[in-house]
Design a protein around this ligand. Structure first.
Ligand SMILES: [Cu+2]
Length: 146
C-alpha cells in the first residue's frame, strides 16, 4: 500500500472518530482518586449528541440531576442502577448522589458552552450548603466552567 494512501486512511479514520458521538462512562465510587464518595470523572466537557452512562462500579450510589441545561430533562436513577442519559442540549448539568451529597458527591457535565452559567451560579449555594465534607472539592468543580 502506498505510504500516502496509508496516511490518508489514518486521517479519515481520525476525522470520523472525532466527529462521532461519544458515550462517557462515569463511575460511581465509594473511594476514588480524589477520595471518598466520588463520581469519576467528576467533570466532563461533552458535545451535544453524546451520551453519559453512570456506572455503579461500587454499590450504594445513585445519581440525580440538580440543575440541567435548558431543555435537558431532569433525571434520577435507582440505587445501584447503570443509568444512561442523552445530552441533547447545550449547557451545564450539575448532579449529585443523594445519599452522599453531604460528603461532597457532586459532578458536572458541561455540554458545549456553559450558556446557563447564571442559573447554575444562582442555584449552587443551596446545594453547597448541604455539603459538609470536601466542599472545596465541589467548589473546584464549578471553577472548571468556561
Ligand atoms: Cu454516593
Amino acid at each position: 500500500m502506498p505510504f500516502k494512501f496509508v496516511l490518508m486512511t489514518l486521517w479519515a479514520l481520525t476525522v470520523s472518530l472525532n466527529t462521532q458521538a461519544k458515550d462517557w462512562q462515569i463511575k460511581m465510587l465509594s473511594y476514588g482518586e480524589k477520595g471518598p464518595m466520588v463520581f469519576e470523572p467528576d467533570f466532563i466537557q461533552a458535545q451535544v449528541g453524546d451520551t453519559v452512562t453512570f456506572v455503579p462500579t461500587q454499590s450504594g450510589h445513585h445519581v440525580k440531576s440538580y440543575v440541567t441545561a435548558d431543555g435537558q430533562d431532569a433525571w434520577s436513577s435507582k440505587l445501584n442502577e447503570t443509568y444512561q442519559i442523552s445530552l441533547d442540549h447545550e449547557g451545564i448539568n450539575l448532579y449529585y448522589c443523594p445519599p452522599h451529597l453531604m460528603m461532597g458527591m457532586v459532578g458536572v457535565i458541561q455540554v458545549g458552552n456553559p450558556i446557563n452559567k447564571a442559573a447554575v451560579d444562582a442555584k449552587y449555594p443551596s446545594l453547597r450548603a448541604k455539603v459538609a465534607l470536601h466542599p472545596e472539592r465541589v467548589d473546584a468543580l464549578l471553577k472548571n466552567l468556561e
